[in-house]
Design a protein around this ligand. Structure first.
Ligand code: ADP
Ligand code: MG
Length: 692
């Protein structure tokens, strides 16, 4: 084998590694348990633990950890040494089925939204056998779920796995009706395209806003931004290319198929796309991608920024969640095939998704709600905070013809005529892409584009699986009772179009007209996290999630609390950081420069030399400094008056703190453009963006 394929997944306790190290009987028992969803026998768990231990020690691991994804949005680990002390005082290796399947990290400081007061700090992690263990930093990482003593989910993975069970069940019902008795399992698949910025570490270190908040809170526009589009897909500099190679090598060892890497639109911005996997694995992999990007960048003297909007006036970073449904027999349920018109099964799944997205627009907005992503959504380059769907003309016309019971003429193959005779005739897709749609059909999958670059993909996939499963369940209900199954299927598609076509939009989602048009269609417009989160606990949504067993009402209310609490905390930290930067660095720096100019003004005055330039500059600086001073006061007062209670504090941040921060920034950025560079206390946009 070549080096590349041989080292791929080297640090993953994969199916292959398991099969090699376990007896046939135990391995089969494990696979059966995973397939059937039955609880695992402790003897099998012991066998897995033994094999895993031997494998990990061989690879040089010294520690193990239950690796979990609490509601902080990042991963958590608590390392335990493999070494223990035997009865005779000698060193022994301690790790058995018991350590594998459960652990009790104290972990009382993770957010629980009131589900777990600190005085009852017990939390449990439980092994998730459907995601492979791996080795990172000489530590065996075992993917786990995280629960409270009372059995409430305290993490992002538990609801995701519940939703994967649900979508499996409902898809199987439909597939059975279409005669696919051979299909035993349907999984949701995800591929998360990850955008990020790189900045020089030594410059980053000089900016408290980047260090504390991962985004610039001040910064005048650079004379050059992204207007030339010369960064997009441009040649990658040797330094960044070296970083990417290093990153790929690490990810490949961890079994992450990092596939394409390219420069994005904004200067300093890049993207990594992996090959898709089942949504559970994809979620873990995306967390690893983000973690390893940050670590690798540091080794190269750079910092990787995953914030959604590190620089004002430039594109922000998103995460595109590509989503589809696959069967264990290798069928992609969203592949239209050669003739979508005759593919009733595909059209039915498509209808279910249309119905789901229209009925639960609010939830798709909720699952990407965060203060950091609010800085990006609705910007001129990001999808607006309004959910709509793009199908492309072909599918749209086809569904419309079904709605109106008309005959549909399929267009046939489209051939690209390049006008160059040596170029072969190219068969191309029947519809073009739409890059502005928040939920776009892209050939054989949907691409959900509202997620922010720093967010876990777990919540989004939980929502998509649940809402689509609900629609499928309604369809199955009707179809199972129908006398003429095909007729009923067409009727369902027709009704879906009649009731839900308002969600379909093929035009430019970034335009002003669309916001007006969306309003007239009655689509939900939830510009901020605060607006969105209130919808999460609406009667409709509590009924939805509890009916399908994805969240309990308690879990939902706790998540609502945590989300608003995080929102308020984050904005408060940003406001305090701004205040400190303005008061302790910007104001004194500008006053220093101002005094220097004042000296020049009076010196020239004494000499009777014209001092128009110095005088004009002094006037400008003085006006700016006074404005800055006033706005510092404004922000100080706003922070002091912040309410305590979560929901109130969050609304206050949106209505009072963010505007006060904006107005302080405006004053400081104006001063940056007239203050001598040597006086300005922080590296500016030009240096930050064009230095690599
Ligand atoms: P695009 O040009 O649409 O960005 P790609 O084929 O490069 O197309 O895919 C982008 C992302 O979508 C990749 O991460 C890819 O793995 C993922 N993807 C492709 N097919 C599927 C699928 N069936 N389910 C989920 N994700 C998918
Ligand atoms: Mg994409």
């Amino acid at each position: 084998m070549d080096n590349l394929t041989e080292s791929f997944g080297e640090l993953v306790f994969s199916d292959r590694a398991m099969a090699e190290r376990m007896s046939d009987e135990s391995y089969r028992a494990l696979k059966d348990a995973i397939r059937s969803g039955e609880p695992l026998d402790i003897n099998v768990a012991n066998a897995v633990a033994d094999a895993m231990k031997a494998w990990a020690l061989e690879k040089g691991a010294t520690h193990y950890t239950h690796w979990f994804q609490p509601l902080t949005g990042v991963t958590a680990e608590k390392h335990e040494g493999f070494l223990g002390c035997g009865r005779d005082g000698s060193a022994i290796i301690e790790f058995s089925g018991k350590e594998l399947i459960m652990s009790e990290p104290d972990a009382s400081s993770f957010p629980s939204g009131g589900l777990r007061p600190t005085f009852e700090a017990r939390g449990y992690t439980a092994w998730d056998p459907t995601s492979h263990a791996f080795i990172k930093d000489a530590t065996l990482c075992i993917p786990t779920l995280f629960f409270s003593y009372g059995g409430d989910a305290l993490d992002k993975k538990t609801p995701l796995l519940r939703s994967m069970d649900l979508i499996n069940r409902e898809c199987l019902r439909i597939l059975k009706l279409f005669g696919h008795e051979d299909v035993k399992k349907v999984i949701s698949t995800s591929g998360a395209e990850q955008e990020y910025f790189l900045v020089e570490k030594s410059l980053y270190d000089q900016r408290p806003d980047l260090v504390l908040c991962s985004r610039t809170l001040f910064g005048a526009k650079s004379p050059k931004g992204q207007e030339m589009d010369d960064h997009y897909y441009g040649a990658i500099s040797p330094r960044v290319s070296y970083f990417m190679r290093d990153l790929d090598t690490e990810l490949w060892q961890l079994g992450v198929f990092a596939k394409t890497e390219h420069k994005e639109v904004a200067p300093g911005q890049y993207e990594l796309a992996p090959v898709f996997a089942d949504s559970n694995t994809a979620t873990d992999h995306n967390q690893l991608v983000m973690e390893i990007m940050k670590k690798t960048a540091l080794r190269h003297g750079m910092v990787c920024l995953l914030h959604e909007k590190p620089f004002a006036g430039l594109n922000g970073s998103g995460k595109h969640n590509n989503w589809s449904l696959s069967t264990d027999t290798g069928m992609n349920l969203l592949a239209p095939g050669k003739s979508p018109k005759d593919n009733l099964q595909f059209l039915l799944f498509l209808a279910a998704i249309i119905k789901a997205v229209d009925e639960h627009q609010d939830l798709l907005r909720v699952c990407c709600a965060a203060a950091s992503n609010d800085c990006r959504l609705g910007g001129f380059e990001a999808p607006p905070a309004i959910v709509s769907m793009f199908l492309g003309d072909t599918l749209y016309d086809l569904l419309t013809s079904i709605e109106h019971k008309e005959e549909y003429e399929e267009g046939g193959d489209r051939i690209l005529e390049s006008g160059v005779c040596t170029v072969p005739r190219l068969r191309i897709d029947t519809t073009d892409r739409n890059r502005t749609s928040p939920f776009a059909f892209t050939g054989n999958k949907f691409e959900f584009r509202m997620l922010g670059s720093s967010q876990s993909i777990a919540d989004a996939n939980t929502v998509i699986n649940t809402i689509v499963a609900e629609a499928l369940s309604e369809f199955a209900e009707r179809l199972e009772k129908a006398e003429d199954f095909r007729r009923e299927a067409f009727r369902i598609i027709r009704h879906t179009m009649q009731d839900h076509k308002r969600i379909l939009y093929n035009g430019n989602n970034y335009s002003e007209e669309w916001i007006k048009e969306a309003e007239s269609r009655g689509l939900a417009h939830l510009p901020t996290t605060v607006d969105a989160m209130h919808c999460f606990i609406s009667e409709k949504n509590i009924a939805l999630f509890t009916r399908w067993g994805i969240y309990t009402e308690r879990e939902m209310r706790s998540r609502y609390d945590i989300s608003l609490e995080n929102y308020a905390k984050l904005i408060r930290i940003e406001a305090s950081t701004m205040l400190s930067m303005a008061q302790r660095s910007i104001l004194p720096a500008v006053i220093g420069y101002e005094s220097k100019i004042a000296e020049a003004v009076s010196a020239k005055d004494r000499l009777g030399v014209p001092n128009d330039a110095e005088y004009a500059l002094l006037k400008g600086l003085s006006a700016g400094v006074n404005a800055l001073h006033k706005r510092i006061g404004g922000l100080f007062d706003a922070i002091a008056a912040m309410p305590k209670e979560n929901a109130e504090a969050a609304a206050y941040c949106r209505d009072k703190l963010l505007p006060a921060m904006g107005s302080l920034r405006e004053a400081a950025d104006a001063l940056e453009t007239i203050t001598a560079k040597e006086y300005w206390p922080f590296p500016g946009y030009e240096e930050l963006l064009f230095n690599l």
